[in-house]
Ligand binder design. Structure first.
Ligand code: FMN
Length: 414
């Protein structure tokens, strides 16, 4: 295997804003077999975590009790449920979740592969949430707690929210530019993330105020996710998180003819998550990672999210360049103890390849994406070189009736 050019190991810089915690000096790395267990620790924007697994904003980070549980179980960090200044404007409905099962008939015995929610941001008073953040930072000073915030299109409101959330002692801020449902009329969430001019202006407000690292959370519900990611980073954000949920309609009840989840006979499009979105998240993360590698070299970070339930899912994101991996629905389905399985499986993967640290393989698969035109070119070259061995068909005219099954097999990737 050719040697891979990867980014350097984390520096030991203090977690200060504007002093990125990682340098991008290129180093050629093929992991050496380290003594002992593979090291899962990461340092991102100066924040040190025992492992890359972070609770994604949502129900698993909605109050003191559950966030404490996450720290006790060993999560590398916690991103709390998104807060805003006035929780009274946030009115949730029930039911607000709907699930898709692998079995086409929806047997409750078959695994859940997709999850839709029409849940809004936190409906708990901001002051209550901030007191809980303070308490958690008091009890777990060395653990990473990230406040997720969202506000209306109003500079003063954003500044007040940032000041109050920072005062609670959080280590960083994640900006929710990405909730697909609810409150677009107040220019909140995806309404900002989908409008690059608005995004640039709001990011400007945020970055002139914030004193801790800021991650901008991207919506996948946009044609080119690299555009808002680029604008956020150019506007001074230290990192990008991707993806939030994908706009979805979970289904139509064929008895009642009403859409799901059904509230008083009606529904509204929601956000799709869990295993089914993982391939889409991989594509979005890959696009952002390529853009960051080409255009930014100042320690900006990438936090990957979407359908993670195994250590291998996480390894895939890291191989595309992610610094951290967030999990939301996976925790709702499997509980906080999932982190132990994730860590063990990621270490198994690292052992198989002799990787001793996360930096040994972060971004290692990124160079292997190219254009379709380039695939055609590469294949033509390869076929020319293998004239004698017929492997893969160059053109549709080459199919033969006799060797049809073998020829089909020769073009399957696994
Ligand atoms: C019930 C639910 C509530 C969520 N609430 C928030 C939220 O308040 N803020 C936010 O930024 N993302 C929120 N998300 C999105 C998740 O953080 C995550 O981006 C998305 O679900 C994809 O990851 P997953 O497949 O691991 O869940 C929520 C997701 C779910 C399922």
């Amino acid at each position: 295997m050719e040697s891979l050019t990867l980014r350097a190991s984390p520096s030991t810089a203090a977690p200060l804003r504007r002093v990125p915690g990682r340098r991008h000096a290129a180093v050629s790395v093929r992991a050496s077999a380290g003594a002992g267990e593979p090291d899962l620790s990461v340092r991102v924007n100066g924040l040190k975590m025992p492992n890359p697994f972070v609770i994604g904003s949502g129900p698993p980070g909605t109050n003191y009790t559950v966030m404490k549980r996450a720290f006790d179980e060993g999560w590398g960090g916690v991103i709390a449920k998104t807060v805003s200044l006035d929780a009274e404007k946030v009115i949730n409905v029930t039911p607000r979740y709907a699930r898709l099962r692998a079995d086409p008939n929806g047997s409750t015995k078959s695994p859940i592969i997709g999850w839709q929610n029409i849940e809004l941001i936190s409906d708990r008073p901001l002051e209550t949430m901030l007191n809980e953040f303070k308490q958690l930072k008091k009890e777990y000073p060395d653990r990473i707690l990230i406040g997720s915030i969202m506000e209306e299109y109003n500079k003063a409101a954003w500044h007040e929210l940032i000041e109050r959330v920072e005062e609670s002692g959080v280590d960083a801020l994640e900006i929710n530019f990405s909730c697909p449902h609810g409150m677009p009329e107040r220019k909140m969430g995806a309404a900002v993330g989908q409008d690059c001019d608005l995004l640039e202006e709001v990011c400007g407000w945020i970055n002139e105020k914030a004193t801790v690292p800021v991650w901008a959370k991207m919506t996948p519900n946009i044609t080119d996710i690299t555009k808002p990611a680029r604008i956020s980073l150019k506007s001074g954000c230290e990192g990008v998180s991707a993806i939030n949920t994908i706009m979805s309609v979970m289904g139509i009840n064929l008895k009642t003819l009403r859409p799901e989840p059904c509230v008083e006979g009606y529904s509204t499009p929601g956000g799709y998550s869990a295993r089914a979105v993982h391939p889409i998240a991989l594509a979005k993360v890959m696009q952002i990672a390529r853009m960051m590698k080409e255009e930014f070299a100042d320690g900006q970070s990438l936090s990957a999210i979407g359908g993670v339930e195994t250590g291998n899912d996480a390894a895939e994101f890291i191989l595309l360049g992610a610094d951290t991996v967030q999990v939301c629905t996976g925790v709702m389905m499997h509980g906080y103890g999932l982190v132990k399985k994730l860590c063990a499986e990621l270490q198994d993967f690292m052992r198989q390849h002799n990787f001793s640290s996360i930096e040994d393989f972060r971004g290692a698969s990124l160079p292997y994406f190219t254009t379709h035109t380039d695939l055609v070119h590469r294949q033509r070259e390869a076929i020319n070189q293998r004239k004698a061995i017929r492997k893969g068909l160059e053109s549709d005219k080459d199919w033969t009736g006799d060797g049809f099954v073998k020829e089909t097999e020769s073009m399957v990737s696994n």
